[in-house]
Design a protein around this ligand. Structure first.
Ligand code: V47
Ligand code: SF4
Length: 382
């Protein structure tokens, strides 16, 4: 049933549900109280119907993905986020990896004959990966392959390296952009509530600093993504507060492209005693992202973290992007217990996965330019 027929057919609809549904139908922004209501009260299909209505109005059946790979320079880290399964402390650095500039460039050159459009660079925070290191790295990547989009590091790393280099955020971001940085991924956001952030990610950049770094990058004319780590010690108020801060910044800059909810996975970390939330909770959370963040164009289900089946389901709960082919180049989620221990999908497999969910696959570049339109079911990717 679609939203309009639901509203006109049922006189048993709860008053509150009807009010919120009318807002969605009339493109009126929902309030924090509405969002809390949607998190806690209605049955999931109702929330899914609202999210799917917005998704269909904006994107029809179109579902985006890209051809990308990750580079993770190191997993040794000075911080000790309690949810992180991936990092190793400096005193245990022999258990981790620390790639040199040449090794990283070799990883990038390994893709020379492949039609990838994006390299996603992220990892631990460590003194030798400093201001000059990343400037040199971005310059070297651009000298080698100018058209490869560099989506790299988060405010967590930039805050640390700019402070050590004694440069302001604006000066630092400008230097990174001049060296070749194209956009910033959404990581490091976790949960903005200061108490929760201190509990799970103490010591790293504050929520205000995370938002400020994104604002500056947007003002420099570049785009970025935003994540939210959910399903650990936070509650629904914290999630709504997190999305409110994102919505407010997006009202100012319009620089965010995609919202990416990240489900806390509980293997091999200091929060392993917590149960993971259910798939129903995952779907409701994607739907809330789509309904509440009315100024974000895209909602992404990051399949290496959520698993392929839930990623397919999410496409009916507001999601319109599945990230990329990945090529087994990230360890963040496999080390945290995600289903795929070697996350990689060929373009053909991704296209097939999207078609089997009843949607139309569109290969995009990082900025959502269309690279290949596979909406015609006869088209087979090369
Ligand atoms: O900030 C770490 C999360 C993030 C766990 O912008 C965990 O396109 C769940 O931000 N359980 C990094 N999550 C990854 C990230 C990302 C991924 C894909 C695409 C984009 C994008 C951004 O991973 C961290 C943290 O929030 N994370 N450990 C864990 N155990
Ligand atoms: Fe370090 Fe990032 Fe892991 Fe925190 S989440 S410990 S900053 S690698």
């Amino acid at each position: 049933m679609n939203l309009l027929s639901y509203l006109s057919s049922s006189n048993k609809v709860e008053r509150r549900e009807k009010e919120i549904a009318e807002k969605v139908l009339n493109k009126v922004r929902i309030s924090d109280e509405d969002a809390l209501y949607l998190y806690t009260k209605p049955e999931l299909p109702f929330v899914g119907m609202l999210a799917n209505h917005i998704r269909t109005e904006r994107h029809g059946k179109k579902t985006y993905f890209n051809r990308n790979f990750h580079v993770e320079p190191t997993n040794v880290c000075i911080y000790t986020c309690t949810f992180c399964s991936y990092s190793r402390l400096i005193k245990k650095r022999d258990e981790g990896w620390e790639f040199t500039m040449d090794e990283i460039l070799d990883q990038i050159k390994a893709y020379d004959d492949q039609p990838v459009t994006e390299v996603h660079i992220v990892g631990g925070v460590l003194p030798q990966y400093n201001y000059q290191f990343y400037i040199d790295l971005y310059k070297a990547i651009k000298a080698h392959r100018p058209e490869l989009h560099i989506k790299a590091l988060t405010p967590v790393e930039y805050h640390y390296i700019f402070k050590k280099a004694k440069v302001s955020y604006r000066e630092g971001m400008q230097a990174m952009v001049d060296a070749g940085l194209d956009s910033m991924p959404g990581g490091g956001a976790e949960i903005f509530d200061e108490e929760i952030r201190k509990e799970i990610a103490g010591g790293k950049c504050s929520s205000a600093e995370w938002l400020e770094m994104h604002q500056i990058l947007h003002e420099l004319g570049h785009r970025s993504n935003a994540t939210m780590l959910y399903g650990h010690v936070e509650n629904y108020e914290h999630r709504v507060d997190h999305m409110r801060r994102l919505r407010e910044l997006q009202d100012k800059t319009g620089g965010f492209q995609t919202f990416i909810p990240l489900k806390f996975r509980n293997q091999n970390n200091q929060l392993s005693h917590l149960d993971e939330v259910s798939v129903l909770e995952d779907l409701r959370n994607y739907a809330l992202g789509r309904i509440y963040l009315d100024n974000f164009d895209h909602v992404k289900a990051y399949w290496p973290m959520i698993g392929k089946k839930t990623a397919q389901l999410s496409l009916s709960y507001g999601v319109n992007d599945l990230d990329g082919t990945i090529d087994d180049t990230t360890k963040i989620y496999s080390m945290a217990g995600a289903e795929d221990q070697n996350p990689a999908l060929s373009t053909g497999e991704l296209v097939d996965m999207i078609r089997r969910a009843g949607k139309e696959p569109i290969e995009r570049d990082t900025l959502y330019g269309i690279v290949n339109d596979f909406s015609d079911p006869e088209l087979i990717p090369q």
